[in-house]
Structure formats: structure tokens, C-alpha cells
Write a protein that binds this ligand. Structure first.
Ligand code: NAD
Ligand code: AKB
Length: 317
């Protein structure tokens, strides 16, 4: 087992909950500290209550557990951020600065900070959006991710801090619920389908967005963090791709297993956000530098999602 001591901030979120479990399989479980604003279930390893805006509290936890790596997942996502832009900016940026500063001061070995396809805006190429593309995001969330990527790059070049980052597409998983994003429909839709409920989608039928299944997202994160530093040519954030689909296509995929599934569309403010994002992503830098290769496509993801959710809902009865 690896000896590093890991702090995950935002461990109670959609990705954090699954990443914590995965890290506890690679590292000693009691060396993987799960932290969030609210108390987390302590059954599989240590937990801390932490507001990442509190730099002194963060420092205490880093010292207490002799942390060597931080995974900083806490953020306000695209849709929630638009409801209160200054609040979202404050949380996303101030928490990142606290993480970068403590990591620099205590010379931590590595830091992980996820970015997003939200860094792109309508000026970027819509299809196969390249790694190095004009970045004019239209949400406060996207602006904070562009700024965060540049600060990550700055800390790497100026201080040698080994910060690594991926631009996740929308993440789909059965283990946890998403928290206020524009791609959330692609998780919700499966929950409605397995419960035989009709789903009202907040995006139009033809809105194509890049998506990634949770097991691929977790593997990509672990592989990036394991890659030799001198293989990494991108120190802002790597484009990462797997599949792209529309609500109409995911509905067709679900209907292969649940033919009676019904969907209607009532686009809301999230439609404009989705329209400003790419339909597909060019991730050739990630493939070339550290061997990224996704395993799941839309249909294999659908089969796996439905299988797991059916068990979950059956167990709840
Ligand atoms: P989420 O909203 O599900 O989880 C975020 C977690 O951070 C929550 O548990 C929340 O309580 C916690 N948090 C918020 N403010 C905090 C604070 N001040 N201190 C400590 N914890 C705080 O988000 P997620 O979907 O798990 O996303 C994790 C990261 O991945 C984010 O940085 C997000 O931008 C990025 N990302 C996610 C997706 C996706 O589709 N889920 C896509 C692209 C990028
Ligand atoms: C969101 O929709 O805000 C996130 C993301 C793609 O960053 N899922």
C-alpha cells in the first residue's frame, strides 16, 4: 500500500464520495481523510468537518494528519453559481487559494484540482474542442475554473508545486447525486427511468454535451495523479473525453431496457449554459501524455447504471 496521506476536500459530493472509496483502496484507509462542510459517515476511514474558506482550520487538519496530498473538490457548480455569482466566485477562488498556499508552505507532494468543460464559451470550437482554445466562459463557475487553472499553472511554474488537473465533462454515476450542475439531467434521468416515472428534462432533446461515466472519471483521476511528473505537458488542466450525447439519445439508450420510459422537455436557464459549452472534446494531450483511454460508451454505461439503480431502489423498498 502507498504511504502518502491524503486529504479530500468536498468528500461528501457526487465525485468526492466515490473518489474517497477508490483512494482508500490504493492508500491505507486511515491515511485518507474525507473532509466536507457537513459531518460524513466515518465507517470506512477518518473524516473531518472543514470549511475550506477557513485557512487556519485547513492548516490544522493538514498538520494533524501529516497530509502529503490534497484533492480539492469543493466548488459551487454551474447552475447553482448563476443564482449567486459573487458567492460562487468567493467560495471557488478563496478555497483554492487556501489549498494552494498551505500546499506551497508545507511543501506537499501533489495537489489535485478538477476543472470543467465549463471553461469554454461560445467563441470556442463547438466540436472536438482543442486543448488550447480561446477561453471565454459564460458562467461564474467557468470563470472561476479558468482562473483556477491559471493559478494552478502559476503555482507549478513559480513554486514547483505539483498541481494536476482534469477538465471533467458531465459526470454520470449511480453512487451519488449531483450538486447543482447543468449536466445533472444525465444522472436524474436514470433515477426516473428505474422508478418507472416520466422525466421532465430541463434541456432540449437535441442538446449534445460531453459526458463521462464515474468509473472512468475516477480511473482518469488516479492515473493522472500516478503519472510521472515529467510526462505531463499540460499544467493548466487536461481536456478529458469519453462520450457525447443528447437527451434524445440517452432516452433511446434507456428504452432498449425500459421501452415504456417517457420523457418531456421544458428547457430552463440551464439551456443557455449548455448551449455555450462544447458538444465534444479533443483529449489527445491526455491520451499522449499519460495514456488516457475511456472504457464506457453510452450503451454500456446505461446497462451498468440501470443494473445498479435497480438494486438500490429494490433494497430501499
Ligand atoms: P458536488 O457539488 O456534488 O460536491 C461538492 C462538495 O463540496 C459538497 O459535498 C459540498 O458540501 C462541499 N463544499 C462546498 N463548499 C465547501 C467548503 N467551503 N468547504 C468544504 N466543502 C465544501 O460537486 P461534484 O460534482 O462532486 O464536483 C466536485 C468537483 O469536480 C468540483 O470542483 C466540480 O467543479 C468538478 N466537476 C464536476 C463535474 C460533475 O459533473 N460532477 C464536472 C466537471 C467538474
Ligand atoms: C456542471 O454541470 O456544472 C458540472 C460541470 C460539467 O462542470 N457537471
Amino acid at each position: 500500500m502507498k504511504q502518502d496521506r491524503i486529504l479530500i476536500i468536498g468528500a461528501g459530493g457526487q465525485i468526492g464520495a466515490v473518489l474517497t472509496e477508490a483512494l482508500r483502496e490504493v492508500y491505507q484507509p486511515d491515511h485518507v481523510i474525507a473532509a466536507d462542510l457537513r459531518a460524513l459517515s466515518p465507517q470506512d476511514g477518518p473524516t473531518e468537518i472543514l470549511d475550506a474558506l477557513d485557512g487556519a482550520a485547513l492548516e490544522e487538519i493538514v498538520k494533524k494528519w501529516r497530509i502529503t496530498q490534497i484533492y480539492h473538490l469543493a466548488a459551487i457548480l454551474s447552475a447553482n453559481g448563476e443564482k449567486n455569482p459573487l458567492w460562487a466566485w468567493d467560495i471557488n477562488m478563496r478555497s483554492l487559494f487556501n489549498v494552494l498556499e498551505i500546499s506551497r508552505q508545507r511543501q506537499l507532494a501533489k495537489v489535485y484540482f478538477p476543472s470543467s468543460i465549463a471553461v469554454f464559451g461560445r467563441e470556442a470550437s463547438h466540436h472536438n474542442t482543442p486543448q488550447y482554445e480561446v477561453l471565454i466562459p459564460e458562467t461564474v463557475y467557468g470563470i472561476s475554473k479558468v482562473a483556477g487553472e491559471n493559478w494552478a499553472n502559476y503555482y507549478y511554474r513559480r513554486y514547483g508545486l505539483d498541481v494536476r488537473s482534469l477538465r471533467y465533462p458531465g459526470i454520470v454515476g449511480y453512487q451519488s447525486m449531483p450538486g447543482g450542475g447543468t449536466t445533472d439531467y444525465a444522472v436524474d434521468i436514470y433515477h426516473y427511468a428505474v422508478q418507472n416515472k416520466p422525466y421532465e428534462c430541463f434541456l432540449s432533446a437535441h442538446t449534445r454535451l460531453p459526458m463521462l461515466y464515474m468509473p472512468d472519471a475516477i480511473r482518469a483521476t488516479l492515473e493522472l495523479m500516478e503519472a510521472p511528473s515529467n510526462h505531463l505537458s499540460v499544467r493548466t488542466s487536461y481536456n478529458l473525453a469519453s462520450m457525447s450525447f443528447t437527451p434524445e439519445e440517452v432516452t433511446a439508450s434507456i428504452r432498449k431496457s425500459i421501452p415504456s420510459f417517457k420523457i418531456t422537455h421544458k428547457p430552463d436557464f440551464r439551456q443557455a449554459i449548455a448551449d455555450s459549452w462544447p458538444a465534444s472534446i479533443d483529449d489527445s494531450a491526455a491520451r499522449a501524455d499519460w495514456g488516457w483511454k475511456p472504457e464506457f460508451d453510452l450503451d454500456t454505461m446505461t446497462v451498468d447504471m440501470l443494473k445498479h439503480l435497480e438494486v438500490q431502489y429494490r433494497n430501499e423498498e
